[in-house]
Ligand binder design. Structure first.
Ligand code: DGL
Length: 270
């Protein structure tokens, strides 16, 4: 038994899609979330900057005596994970392996599309992870740099006409390749799911890693006997590096419950 919380972090709001799945699949666990909205988007910055941010975010979460950390961000999983894995001795879970495995299980015509931030796409991590599982699969990738700022801007942007036009611009070439499965290789993108599905058409299955990552977290907890005592009940803590007033309504919308206890962090101090 281990009553300490699980730490989860992202460049902003997107990691809350992973948080929600973990809270659903592990209802007794306490969770601490950090979203670095003040410095988002990460995916258009340099690899060095993303590694630095990954380390700072973990350092902050470690001040909460966490038992495990989930990198709920593809960009940091692609560039920071290998780096931080070596320098920390608690379990660190990344999101790419789970998303790749889910896409391979889903495709029927062996054509998979992957969308993500420029830094995730240029790293080629999904291509490697998917082809390691099945090297006959054809992969078509596209970076969608405007999607993260649109999500961070607020809910009214997630399904409006402008976002639809941008999605059409990015996704039409992918649609024309005939992929039957599309990996949402950024944890912000499930929040644009309806818009993305509208462009790709109902015949294309959208894969988000959130569900699979939560399964991995659950397995690690159970295999290592790290469960929290169910009698204690879970505690949830939310932190953002930007305005709490902006974070709380969006966090509440994503989680489907009122969040009014978020705190602001000066992340540059870590
Ligand atoms: N949610 C992050 C990811 O999965 C977004 C990164 C960004 O801020 O650009 O890659």
């Amino acid at each position: 038994m281990d009553n300490r919380p699980i730490g989860i972090f992202d460049s902003g709001l997107g990691g809350l899609t992973v948080f929600k799945e973990i809270a659903d699949q592990l209802p007794h666990e306490s969770l601490v979330y950090f979203g670095d909205s003040g410095r988002a988007p990460y995916g258009i910055k340099s690899r060095e900057t993303v590694i630095k941010y990954t380390l700072q975010n973990i350092r902050f979460l470690l001040t909460h005596d966490i038992k495990m950390v989930v990198i709920a961000c593809n960009t940091m999983s692609a560039h920071g994970y290998e780096f931080v894995r070596k320098s920390h001795d608690l379990p660190i879970i990344e999101v790419i392996g789970a998303g790749a495995a889910a896409a391979v299980a889903e495709t029927r015509n062996r054509k998979i599309g992957v969308i993500g931030t420029p830094l995730t796409i240029s790293s080629g991590v999904y291509q490697k992870a998917i082809n390691k599982l099945d090297d006959s699969i054809e992969i078509y990738q596209k970076a969608c740099p405007l999607f993260v700022p649109l999500v961070e801007e607020g809910q009214e942007w997630w399904e409006n006409e402008i976002t639809y036009s941008i999605a059409k611009e990015y996704l039409t070439p992918l649609k024309l390749t005939g992929v039957d499965t599309l990996v949402l290789g950024c944890t912000h993108y499930p929040l644009l799911k309806n818009t993305i599905q509208k462009v790709m058409g109902e015949g294309v299955t959208l894969v988000s890693s959130a569900f699979e990552v939560a399964r991995v977290v659950k397995k690690v907890i159970l295999d290592n006997n790290m469960q929290r005592d169910p009698q204690l009940g879970p505690a949830y803590h939310y932190y953002t590096s930007d305005s709490v007033d902006k974070f709380e309504p969006l966090c509440s919308a994503i989680l489907g419950k009122t969040v009014n206890s978020a705190k602001k962090v000066d992340i540059e101090g870590y």
